[in-house]
Design a protein around this ligand. Structure first.
Ligand SMILES: Cc1cc2nc3c(=O)[nH]c(=O)nc-3n(C[C@H](O)[C@H](O)[C@H](O)COP(=O)(O)OP(=O)(O)OC[C@H]3O[C@@H](n4cnc5c(N)ncnc54)[C@H](O)[C@@H]3O)c2cc1C
Length: 433
């Protein structure tokens, strides 16, 4: 019988289930929430965004923008629903996280070929075709049992979540809407003068953090460092990072502030905002104290505090084929962050590819994706990165096969790479779609 089990209805599992069902394959989609929650998820919905509500840039000369466009070519359900539930965020695709996750849940739950089973999977049968998309916070029992098929230990790193505050608790007299270089007015900005910045900085680097176990110390993912870790690298690192004032003009002074905290709308109503780049491991009490030193946030009501989690991933280059299935157990596919593809859109993309590839088991395997595409480049990275020091990778143009000729201008180069990718993907779809 043409049937596949998908374990985990996060971003990757939701997309994998959709791609399978789209190809006429029956799917049993297992999700342990709401019976059992991961430390980061808070709702029963599929495709819950655990931290930021942004799926990255929209332009094709942006790596995440290109990957999203490739996913649209692959008829991705998750990206389609994201596009439908967009909130203003300048050049980024940010979504109303609840409307987005609810719609993905409904679309999959009512699909005639998808059976949703709300149970924790504790072990798998290597004879059944299965897509394991249980994420960086895979439940302990399953992670333990999967080791039988991996014949190696897991790798891990730490990732942190930024806090969300209630819009009505902000002092709008001190804040202003603006985008960088006046491209839009989508972000709420909290400007700081030098004195305010230094006061905030001192409080941040001396604030109490949640203790890590000794063996867990300092294994962070560089792309998502806690704000206090960035700050501890130097007095001005924040002003060149998340508090960068460049291109943001305070309408009251007509000048760039000394530093600026940006808040991004969480939902269309604008009643929730997240503090951009404020992933943190501070204790909740300290978040209340330190983040209220930001001008305009003196009375901020925290809807969600920032938290930090240990992320688990497998040694993909040692274990997986280009179809994301295990070399030794070809019926077992992996997708999402557990493969080491980093970030929301990479999770959706590897979910799409694992779903497409797993459907091939019942007929003809698709041709590998062109290495000129962002998704093909990401899969290649997962297959060929150094086994001894494998690290998660967010999407970037370095993953894509270079052009035949040298083009110095980065924007122009990325534009050409994007055009080539979409052309090659169209060709691939004509044969494999
Ligand atoms: C704390 C944290 C913050 C992050 N912040 C960002 C961010 O801001 N931006 C970004 O781009 N990326 C972020 N990431 C990285 C990554 O993009 C997300 O983790 C993304 O959700 C990964 O998608 P996924 O489908 O692989 O896993 P998930 O979305 O986590 O989905 C896995 C699903 O499997 C379920 N599950 C787990 N074990 C079992 C089991 N045994 N049986 C049944 N179901 C199970 C879980 O409940 C969950 O629904 C963050 C990761 C973490 C951990």
């Amino acid at each position: 019988m043409k049937e596949v089990d998908v374990v985990g209805a996060g971003l990757a599992g939701a997309e994998a289930a959709w791609q399978l069902a789209k190809r006429g394959i029956k799917v049993r989609l297992f999700e342990m929430r709401p019976k059992k929650f991961t430390p980061a998820h808070q709702t029963p919905f599929f495709a819950e965004l655990v931290c930021s509500n942004s799926l990255g840039g929209i332009n094709l000369d942006n790596a995440a923008g290109l990957l999203k466009e490739e996913l649209r070519f692959l008829d991705s359900l998750v990206i389609k629903v994201a596009d439908r539930n967009r909130v203003p965020a300048g050049n980024a695709l940010a979504v109303d996280r609840n409307l987005f996750a609810e719609e993905v849940t409904l679309r999959l739950s009512y699909h005639p070929l998808i059976e949703v089973i709300r149970e924790e999977v504790v072990d798998i049968n290597p004879e059944r075709v299965t897509v394991i998309a249980s994420g960086p916070l895979t439940s302990k029992a399953l992670a333990e049992n999967l080791k039988k098929y991996l014949e190696s230990d897991y790798l891990y790193f730490f990732d942190a979540v930024a806090p969300i505050v209630a819009g009505e608790s902000l002092d709008m007299e001190k804040l202003f809407f603006a985008g960088r270089y006046q491209q839009d007015k989508d972000y709420l900005n909290a400007p700081m003068n030098e004195e305010e910045y230094l006061r905030f900085y001192e409080a941040l680097i001396t604030a109490e953090r949640h203790p890590l176990k000794p063996f867990e110390k300092d294994i962070y993912y560089e792309g998502c460092l806690p704000i206090e870790v960035i700050a501890s690298r130097g007095k001005d690192t924040l002003r060149f990072g998340p508090l960068k004032p460049k291109g943001i003009i305070d309408p009251r002074t007509g000048k760039e502030p000394y530093a600026v905290v940006q808040l991004r709308r969480e939902n269309l109503a604008g009643d929730y905002y997240n503090l951009v780049g404020f992933q943190t491991n501070l204790t909740w009490k300290e978040q209340n104290r330190v983040f209220r030193l930001i001008p305009g946030l003196e009375n901020a009501e925290f809807i969600r505090f920032g938290v930090m989690h240990k992320n688990t991933f497998i040694n993909s280059p040692a274990l997986l084929t280009p179809y994301l299935n295990l070399k030794k157990y070809p019926r077992l596919f992996f997708a999402g962050q557990i493969t080491g593809g980093e970030g929301y859109v990479a999770a959706i993309a590897t979910g799409a590819w694992a779903g497409i590839a797993a459907s091939g088991i019942f007929g003809k395997m698709p041709e590998p994706l062109p290495e000129t595409t962002m998704l093909g480049g990401l899969i290649r990275y997962l297959n060929t990165a150094p086994v001894d020091n494998f690290q998660p990778m967010g999407v970037n143009f370095g993953l894509v096969k270079p052009l035949d000729r040298k083009i110095k201008n980065k924007k122009e180069r990325y534009k050409l790479l994007a055009e080539r990718s979409l052309k090659d993907l169209k060709r691939w779809l004509a044969v494999n779609g």
